[in-house]
Design a protein around this ligand. Sequence first.
Ligand code: DAH
Length: 348
Amino acid sequence: MALPDLAAIESDARRDLAAAADAPALDDWRTRYLGRKGILTALLRGLSDLPQADRPAIGQGANQLKRALEAALTERQQERRRAETEAQAPAATSIDVTLPARPHPQGQLHPVTLTRRAMERVFREMGFDVVEGPEVEWDTYNFDRLRVPRDHPARDMWDTIWIDPESPEDPAAPLAQPAPRRLLRTHTSPMQIRYLEAHQPPIRVVVPGTCYRYEATDAAHEWMLTQIEGLVIDENISFPHLKGTLESFVHRFLGPGLETRFRCDYFPFVEPGAELSIRWGDRWLEMLGAGMVHPEIIEAAGLDPERYTGFAFGMGVERFAMLRYGIEDIRNFYQNDLRFLQQFRGVS
Ligand code: DAH
């Protein structure tokens, strides 16, 4: 029996491979040369029919050829894929730089952003610093350290979107401190505590930011809202400072003639607590919560509550934006309807 001509097989295989132009052709090639019933497999199987003396050399040569052809196939496949990608990419030369410019539709700031910035500007003019804080917050800051302990009914004032699940109570240690849990902050008030951790009086700061509530929406309530928190702490701060500051803000921001009204309200972190309403046509609109910072919070911050007093407030930016632009339904803000949003083009 004639010895197989490996060189001839190799040159046929390489010629056919170069001619295989697409994926099915490459597949056929692989079957013909490298497949289970392919030429090389048959050759290796037929080794035992060869004269004993020729077997090692032919066997080795056939195995080498098989690996070489496998490598050639892989290279050919990659080459073909590269060519395909290049063919799909737009030619770099297709940009005609001599074409006249065309107007590109321009975005603009969201009405809540516009309002938040305008409110910040007024507070800056009044001597406040502006800082921001985290939206993912620990329940210790959002609640406990604001005098809203676990299981206290005041927690119901803020329906919460929790991030960490509640850990089951350990029956062996029922009085153990439960682990802190993360949540989406329900208000900007936790920044009062964070700011007090890092600053000494005199403190005069506002904190704008997004808050989240696990709440059904209606014309006046959204589950996502923007607040501006305020904190003032110094010696000799009293309730008239609170009233004067907030009235001044409302008059600067919405108009000097506006009628305002303070009434008692309850918030666990202030004593006394108040709400401020403004007269809008024949209605009173509640605009914000406020109060004198609770002495326990001042003391927990390492300050002497006999020496330092202060006030705090929290207001909803969307509510101010609604009055500013005459918007009836708070849900307009976050539905991303361009017919609504585009009305604020060019507005400041
Ligand atoms: N954090 C309160 C809320 O979201 C608002 C508030 C009330 C903030 C009184 C204050 C405050 O700083 O003193 O309902």
